[in-house]
Design a binder for this molecule. Structure first.
Ligand SMILES: N[C@@H](CCC(=O)N[C@@H](CS)C(=O)NCC(=O)O)C(=O)O
Length: 100
């Protein structure tokens, strides 16, 4: 697994997955992308392998796991200051969506 792994659903179904994906692509972060097709019998099991919330998107960065789309955006701004330049959403309690 590379340093930054983003686990997402199909881009045409999961706008939540696109939030961090667009930011990471736009700002040129190298990422490994794992796409889990949604709405299939095995989707939930596959998502659960990565995501404590059972939802996508989820970011895995070294040993850190972040599992809420806006929390991932906030996390990226914190971890890559100067590289990710955007208005922060200042999501309340975003750190509750971090774990390892
Ligand atoms: N609040 C979450 C919502 C994530 C969410 O609902 N993801 C959907 C796809 S857009 C999902 O994982 N669905 C699969 C499922 O519920 O089994 C976030 O913004 O990260």
């Amino acid at each position: 697994m590379s340093e930054l792994t983003l686990v997402i659903g199909n881009k045409n179904y999961s706008s939540r997955s696109l939030r961090p994906w667009i930011i990471m692509k736009h700002f040129g972060l190298q990422l490994q992308e794992i796409c889990i097709p949604l709405y299939r019998p095995d989707s939930a099991d596959k998502i659960q392998q990565y995501s404590p919330s059972g939802k996508v998107p989820v970011l895995i960065h070294n040993s850190q796991i972040v599992w809420y789309s806006l929390a991932i955006c906030e996390y990226l701004v914190e971890v890559f200051p100067g590289q990710i330049i955007m208005h922060r959403c200042h999501m309340k309690n975003s750190k509750k969506c971090y774990g390892n």
